[in-house]
Design a protein around this ligand. Structure first.
Ligand code: NDP
Length: 404
């Protein structure tokens, strides 16, 4: 597979196998020389704190402790709690005391429900907290999810679940021991365009699926691992695939309804670019499904922006562009059932995800995006890196583990 200069030779010459090798070995620590640890950061740019705190709407509303007050928590999820029917912000956890106060005041979080990382374990005695939402850099997910379970709380964990399948298994086991729920924050499973796309593909609206293509890319500005955890392999693993390409990986699975049986992949990082000192710049993979359908997934931190998914069947094509954004989704079918779709406002994905989690906790309902799904996806990411590193395709079992 030659891909605009993304070759195995390039990967090897640039030493690009390091992140993949380390990720496969269960550790990326060699790259920056330290165990990943929590660190408070400044208030991100562009944050608009609420003028008045959101109110809980129901007596049985689930109280959630937000762990990590970063860009996604403050710009996307926390403001959307006001739209949730059955979940509210009960506590916040941060390594930055000034931010704890500022955000706590704005969201009406009582002073004694604002925790530092050092005091986190005391949440076990805080009956206002039913669940923990882990919104930390990826390498920190596993330990903080396990600690939340040890405190007897349910957990909503951001994507990707962890850097290794071993960590995912550790998280799932901790949840079982605690008899608590574990949900992955895969918001597209609650977003009207993606739900409609899943329904259409089940109905064979494009006939039998033959080809699928996903692209999740943007061009990252100049940065270093010291400034941005997303380019620090210790915290981010291989980089764009775990962070952004995972949306394409998910789409490939929920649009086909199949697991791949074989994957071949390429991963590349250029020499001498501080952005890619310990992560890849691009990862591309080709999947073969048991039905014979094939998928091409590409993701990049160094090419012009796109977020699309395209399914081509025997009778038409489904085109989603943008496919999995926070807003502005567009979707159409070409061919026999040609039409544009507008099934609803993508903004509901955030609150519906919270309410789904709350319903699972209060009504003991099954979780649509549970730990097993997170584990499955990390197994596929491991297979992609294993293929890129070995320079040959890898065969998979139906659960995503690699066949020896
Ligand atoms: P940010 O860098 O904006 O924030 C991360 C926060 O984590 C920091 O502000 C800090 O909070 C805390 N933190 C603790 N230790 C560290 C450390 N060593 N280095 C950096 N931050 C640390 O990241 P995002 O908010 O963008 O991402 C957080 C998580 O959310 C990731 O898992 C990411 O994949 C996921 N995400 C999901 C999205 C989605 O659409 N579902 C979109 C974007 C991100 P504090 O200062 O309060 O301690």
């Amino acid at each position: 597979m030659a891909n605009d200069g993304i070759t195995r030779r390039g990967l090897i010459q640039a030493g690009g196998g390091i992140a993949a090798t380390a990720a496969l070995a269960g550790s990326t620590l060699a790259q920056t020389g330290g165990a990943p640890r929590v660190e408070g950061k400044p208030l991100p740019g562009g944050v608009k704190l609420p003028a008045s705190p959101p109110q809980r709407k129901r007596p049985d509303s689930v109280g959630i402790a937000i762990v990590g007050l970063g860009g996604y928590a403050l710009n996307q999820m926390m403001p959307r709690f006001k739209n949730a029917e059955r979940a509210h912000i009960a506590a916040i956890v941060s390594g930055n005391p000034a931010k704890l106060k500022q955000v706590g005041d704005a969201y009406g979080v009582p002073a004694d429900a604002r925790y530092s990382y050092d005091r986190f374990d005391a949440i076990a005695r805080d009956r206002r907290i039913d669940a923990v939402y882990v919104v930390l850099p990826t390498a920190l997910h596993a330990d903080w999810v396990v600690r939340a379970f040890a405190a007897g709380k349910h957990v909503l964990c951001e994507k990707p679940m962890a850097l290794t399948s071993a960590d995912c298994e550790r998280m799932i086991a901790a949840g079982r021991r605690a008899n608590c729920k574990l949900m992955l924050a895969y918001r597209s499973h609650f977003e009207p365009f993606n739900l409609e796309a899943m329904r259409l593909m089940k109905e064979k609206a494009v006939g039998t699926i033959r080809l699928l293509r996903t692209e999740q890319s943007y061009r990252m500005g100049p940065t270093t691992a010291a400034e941005n955890w997303r380019v620090d392999g210790t915290l981010a693993g291989g980089g764009p695939l775990e962070d952004y390409g995972i949306y394409g990986l998910q789409s490939a699975l929920y649009l086909t309804g199949e697991m791949p049986e074989r994957i071949s992949a390429e991963a590349f990082r250029p020499a001498g670019d501080p952005r890619f000192a310990s992560i890849f710049a691009h990862v591309s993979s080709q999947w073969k499904f048991p039905s014979g359908a094939v998928a091409q997934l590409v993701t990049s931190y160094d090419s012009a922006g796109i977020n699309m998914a395209e399914v081509r069947g025997t009778e038409g094509a489904l085109i989603m562009d943008p496919a999995t954004s926070y807003a502005g989704q567009k979707m159409r079918i070409e061919g026999r059932n040609a039409r544009e779709f507008n099934p609803g406002d993508p903004d509901v994905q955030f609150a519906r995800q919270l309410d789904h989690f709350a319903d699972a906790i209060r009504d003991n309902k099954p979780i649509r995006t549970g730990g097993d799904m997170g584990l499955r996806d990390i197994r596929l990411i491991e297979a992609i890196y294993a293929s890129a590193k070995a320079g040959r395709s890898v065969n998979l079992n139906p659960d995503g583990t690699m066949r020896r």
